[in-house]
Ligand binder design. Structure first.
Ligand code: CA
Length: 658
């Protein structure tokens, strides 16, 4: 890539001449004809190649395309082309390369050819008319982060369609002893949103050798607008994975669970030979001064969202998933690589479809980028992003249980001192609050969230050690009983704090990823580790059913109290008061809130990270305990009418004044 062309792509003159704003990029099917349109402004020749299949040597014909407006190329082919596979041959500076359409809607095996598709034929019965589950405020969400294969692949799942989209359509599955698994489990747990790790077509699993049981998280995008083939029963036929993906979405929706996709527009699996780069060399990526690919993703390249046709691509892609598949939310991988304007454009486009669709992302990059920091969609720039774009709070994540980068580091629940301000900062969802000393936080030094709708509150995700493994590593000297208390305290903090709570699948039954059957060493980065490491072991739910019940109870409690789900920073600052002058390792606060101006209520929350009991003076009134060291839920555990309450070691107490 020469530098002068890279600079040309950044000019307004190039944008003005070559911005193609139409909505017909890709192959547009109709009964009588299919229209192909490709944006390739630097090409001298483009043809579309038609094939009978997605992989065999069975070319039907190649049709030269015509140069059309704004750098696009166009041709129509008469007849019903549904099921015909295609690629483009694009000639740039004398070199011709075959590429898959970036706007492709269906592909053959391994995504090597596109397929023309009549999408109506891919809709399961009732799909087009079915509605998303009711949902209003982002802070009402309870997000559960899951890998499709992990969900069902273990024998203990009792699920037939192991590792497949269709696993999500099986109701009433259990372990051998009758403990709920799969969809049955998700319904019972009460989450509102299922966040799926990459489920667009990714490159790292060979779809022709599925019996090898290879595993990958899937952060290696190949075709952004098509479901991954390895989760399908037949990755060879382009329409099958689309239909099965839609069956999954419909089944989850029918069970009142919304669906979030983990999207990875920040890089592509291959760089120079990606479809993007074969079609418009250099345009889709940021480049270093020396002409090499810059690499803020740590995966070999980074896309250039600030360029208009890249931005349009990202916006068009999420809009397509939201409309065609009724996806309810998007989690942007390494969102900090994208520019602020692109993320706000994503938000605006989704609002036109349905404002209840949620958007959040990782507010950081994995390496340096030529994009100036002031333009990046990073945590410290959240004030420039729409208030309904959220980012992950690494402050509370590591404040709760220690740094993800240092195994032995502990956090508030596991015995670290002086974490109180960081926990308070997490409790108010990183917003501005009068009672927080911002000079005493672990990472941040100012309230980066303008509203609680900008903060994902969490302690664990697919990256790094699971919460249980982290506690086992940092607190190996403690008993399992104590570590369970720490885990429960962590869940109580996450599920009662302001912001949008999030946790990794299986955290609710102490998910573990042991290495080589070791009892003391755990997988930090299981992105391609085998099922034995990654899969959800449902028998652990039998073993730790009390932990599961605790999570379930906390979720029920959160749903019943809008005071835990306030939507503005000013509401939080007004209604949430921390008690002062407590011993170290203790955080106590009250929320006085009037949900819907009907029923006024007060909630008192006490978190004790100490290994000894504490006694706390409680405000006047009749207080009912709903959450303690043992259980959680919406039933009164006991009532208190005196001025003092005892809180057990490493535990919490949540009371409601009634
Ligand atoms: Ca694939």
């Amino acid at each position: 890539m020469n530098v002068s062309k890279n600079n040309l792509f950044n000019t307004k003159a190039f944008e003005d001449e070559f911005y193609y704003g139409g909505n017909d990029l890709g192959a547009s099917w109709s009964k009588d004809k299919t229209a192909f349109r490709l944006w390739a402004p630097t090409a001298s020749e483009v043809s579309v190649n038609l094939f009978k299949s997605g992989y065999e040597d069975d070319r039907i014909e190649s049709l030269p395309m015509n140069k059309d407006v704004n750098g696009s190329w166009y041709i129509e082919k008469t007849g019903d082309l549904h099921g015909i596979y295609y690629t483009y041959s694009v000639t740039v500076e004398g070199s011709t390369k075959e590429a898959v359409d970036p706007y492709v809607k269906a592909v053959g095996v391994n995504g090597k050819r596109g397929m023309v598709v009549n999408l109506e034929l891919t809709n399961p019965v009732g799909f087009e008319d079915h509605k998303r589950p009711e949902f209003i405020n982002p802070t009402d969400a309870i997000i559960y982060e899951l890998h499709i294969r992990d969900f069902s692949i273990d024998e203990s799942s009792g699920i037939k369609n192991k590792g497949k989209y269709l696993a999500f359509t099986e109701e009433d599955t259990t372990t051998k002893s009758g403990v709920k698994t799969g969809l049955n489990h998700l319904k019972d747990l009460g989450i509102t949103h299922l966040h799926l790790l990459p489920s667009f077509d990714f490159a790292s699993i060979d779809e022709t050798t599925l019996s090898n049981n290879d595993f990958n998280w899937g952060y290696d995008p190949e075709n952004y607008n098509v479901p991954e083939g390895s989760y399908s029963k037949d990755p060879y036929k382009g329409e099958v994975r689309i239909n099965e993906f839609k069956q999954m979405v419909k089944s989850l929706h029918d069970n009142d669970i919304r669906v979030i996709m983990d999207v990875v527009y920040n890089h592509t699996y291959v760089s120079a030979d990606s479809n993007f780069n074969k079609i418009v060399p250099g345009y889709y990526y940021r480049m270093n001064e020396d002409g090499s690919f810059s690499d803020a993703s740590g995966c070999g390249n980074e896309t250039a969202s600030e360029r208009v046709m890249v931005r349009k691509y990202i916006v068009d892609s999420v809009v397509y998933w939201a409309k065609e598949y009724k996806i309810d939310g998007f989690r942007f991988d390494l969102m900090g690589i994208h520019d602020i304007e692109t993320m706000n454009a994503v938000r605006r486009a989704l609002d036109e479809i349905d404002p209840s669709i949620i958007v959040y992302g990782e507010g950081w990059t994995a390496g340096d980028s030529p994009l100036p920091e002031s333009k990046r969609a990073i945590k410290t720039n959240m004030k420039l992003l729409d208030s309904r774009i959220a980012t992950f709070s690494d402050d509370i994540r590591d404040g709760i249980k220690g740094s993800v980068f240092e195994d032995r580091d502990t956090g508030f629940v596991s015995g670290k001192e002086a974490m109180e301000e960081t926990m308070k900062f997490g409790i108010v969802a990183s917003t501005k609050h009068n009672q927080i000393d911002y000079s005493k936080l672990n990472y941040s030094d100012f309230p980066w969230a303008k509203e609680p709708t900008q903060t994902i509150t969490y302690a664990s995700a697919h990256d790094n050690l699971s919460l249980w493994d982290k506690l086992a590593t940092s607190n190996s000297f403690d008993s399992e009983e104590d570590r369970i208390k720490m885990n429960k305290l962590s869940s109580a903090i996450v599920l009662t704090s302001q912001g949008i709570p999030f946790f990794q699948a299986g955290e609710e039954f102490l998910r573990s990823k042991p290495l080589n059957d070791s009892a003391s060493e755990f997988d930090h980065n299981s992105y391609k580790s085998p099922d034995s490491v990654n899969s959800l072991k449902w028998h652990r739910k039998e073993e730790y059913i009390d932990v599961y019940d605790y999570y379930k109870g906390l979720i029920e409690f959160r749903k019943e109290h809008s005071g835990l789900r306030m939507t503005t920073a000013s509401e939080i600052n007004e209604n949430l008061k921390f008690m002062e002058g407590l011993e170290s390792g203790v955080i106590t606060y009250t929320i006085e809130h009037s949900p819907n101006d009907e029923k006024s209520e007060a909630i008192l929350l006490i978190f004790n990270a100490n290994k000894h009991k504490i006694t706390v003076n409680i405000p006047e009134g009749n207080w009912n305990v709903y959450v303690d060291d043992k259980s959680a839920g919406t039933k009164v555990i006991r009532s208190l009418d005196k001025g003092k309450v005892v809180v057990e070691p490493i535990s919490c107490l949540v009371l409601v004044k009634e």
